[in-house]
Design a protein around this ligand. Structure first.
Ligand code: EPU
Length: 338
C-alpha cells in the first residue's frame, strides 16, 4: 500500500477535471483497507472514497486523503436452475460486470448497461436506468465500518434503497466503505422492455420477444445515441435528480404548461423530468467556453475540454435558478460537488 502526494485525479473522474489529491491511495484488498484505517494518515486526514469518480465534480484540488477502491474479483456463491448468487469486488467496473452477466444469461442488470462507475459505488445511489434499479438484484452489501474497523454485511432491506439513495448515502455516509456486493441474478426472469426508449428501439429492430442480449444491445444503442461518452466528453450522467412535486402543484403547472410530462409516484406525488424543465428554459445544447448542456439530453452537463469545476457548478446554479423562476421547482443535484 503506497500513499502518493499531490496525485493527479484527471483520469479518475469522468468530468475530466484536472485536480490533484493531497494524498492518494489505491486499495486492492480488505486487508489493505483495514491496515489503512489503522494508520495515522487515515486518522488525521479528511477522506474521500472514489468509486470510479463517475458522480463527482471537483471544485479544485482535493485537500484530503483520496481512497481509490479497486478491490477485484467475481465469485459464484450459489447456483440453482432459477438463480445465481455472485459476490463481486467493489473495484470491478460496473459495465464489465453487466457484460459478464449478459454473456452468461444471468438476468436482472442488463438494463443498467453502460452506467459509468464501479460495482462498489453502485449501491450508494442505487443506480437506475430504463425501468430498473440496482436494488432489484442486490442481496447484500459488504464492507468495513470505519469507527470499529470491522467487517459488516447489510442485507437488501437494511440498505434502505430509494430513488438515487440508500443508507450508505445517509446515516452511514462517513462510516462505511463497501468492499463487495452480492447479487442474486435470475436465469428465467422475463426481460423488462417497458421503458419507452427501449420498447421503441426493439420495435425498430423488429424484435418482439427480446432476449437478455437484445435488451442489453438496445440499452447500449439508446445510451450511445443520447448520452455523451465520458471517455470523449467529460460528464457525470444526469446532473440533477428528477424532482418529485405535490400533485396539486403539478395540476397548477399543467394549466400553464399543458405539455408538461409527469409520472405518478403515489397518490400525492408526481415525478417531473428535470430534462424537460431544463430544455423549456432554453439550456439544451448551450455552451459557454468549455462548459455546456448536452445537445441530446438536457439533464447532462458536459466538460468539452478544459472547463473548471467552478465553471460547471456556476452553470448548474444558473440552470437551477431559471427552473425555479419559471416553474417554482427546486432541482437537487445528483452529482456530489467536492
Ligand atoms: N426530456 C426532455 N428533454 C431532453 C431529454 C428528456 O424534455 O433533453 C424529457 C422527455 O419528456 C423524456 C423524459 O424527459 O421522456 C425522460 O427522459 P429520459 O428517458 O432520457 O430520462 P431522464 O429522466 O432524463 C433518467 C435517469 C438516467 C437514466 C434515464 C433512463 C435520473 C436523474 N436520470 O433520466 O440516469 O439513464 O432516466 O432510464 O433519474 C444518471 O443517473 O446519471 C442517468 C443517466
Amino acid at each position: 500500500m503506497q500513499i502518493h502526494e499531490n496525485y493527479p485525479l484527471k483520469n479518475l473522474n469522468t468530468f475530466g477535471i484536472a485536480a490533484n489529491a493531497r494524498y492518494y491511495v489505491d486499495i486492492t484488498s480488505i486487508e489493505e483497507l483495514q491496515e489503512l484505517i489503522d494508520s495515522d494518515i487515515f486518522k488525521n486526514s479528511e477522506r474521500l472514497i472514489l468509486g470510479g469518480g463517475s458522480n463527482m465534480l471537483f471544485m479544485g484540488d482535493v485537500q484530503k486523503l483520496v481512497i481509490d477502491i479497486t478491490i477485484p474479483g467475481k465469485k459464484i456463491l450459489q447456483e440453482t436452475e432459477e438463480f445465481v448468487e455472485i459476490e463481486v469486488g467493489a473495484g470491478e467496473n460496473w459495465h464489465d460486470f453487466v457484460t459478464f452477466c449478459v454473456e452468461h444469461d444471468f438476468r436482472g442488470v442488463e438494463n443498467l448497461a453502460l452506467i459509468p462507475g464501479t460495482v462498489g459505488a453502485a449501491p450508494i445511489q442505487n443506480i437506475g436506468a430504463y425501468g430498473c434499479e440496482l436494488k432489484e438484484t442486490v442481496e447484500c452489501v459488504n464492507g468495513i465500518e470505519i469507527s470499529t474497523n470491522t467487517f459488516k454485511k447489510f442485507c437488501n432491506l437494511d440498505c434502505d434503497f430509494g430513488y438515487r439513495t440508500s443508507y450508505f448515502k445517509k446515516e452511514l455516509k462517513n462510516d462505511f466503505i463497501i468492499t463487495s456486493v452480492i447479487f442474486k441474478l435470475f436465469k428465467t426472469k422475463q426481460p423488462n422492455s417497458s421503458y419507452k426508449d427501449i420498447s421503441q428501439e426493439l420495435e425498430r429492430l423488429g424484435i418482439t420477444n427480446p432476449t437478455t442480449q437484445d435488451i442489453f444491445d438496445a440499452v447500449v444503442s439508446v445510451r450511445t445515441r443520447k448520452l455523451p461518452d465520458p471517455k470523449v466528453t467529460g460528464n457525470a450522467g444526469s446532473f440533477f435528480k428528477n424532482p418529485y412535486i405535490p400533485k396539486a402543484q403539478y395540476e397548477l403547472l399543467k394549466a400553464d404548461f399543458p405539455e408538461i410530462p409527469g409520472y405518478p409516484i403515489d397518490d400525492s406525488q408526481i415525478k417531473v423530468p428535470a430534462a424537460w424543465l431544463i430544455e423549456q428554459c432554453g439550456w439544451k445544447g448551450k455552451r459557454f467556453g468549455d462548459a455546456g448542456v448536452h445537445p441530446n439530453q438536457a439533464l447532462v452537463i458536459v466538460n468539452y475540454g478544459n472547463a473548471t469545476g467552478r465553471e460547471l457548478v456556476d452553470l448548474s446554479k444558473k440552470i437551477q435558478a431559471s427552473v425555479k423562476e419559471k416553474f417554482g421547482i427546486e432541482l437537487e443535484p445528483e452529482v456530489w460537488v467536492i
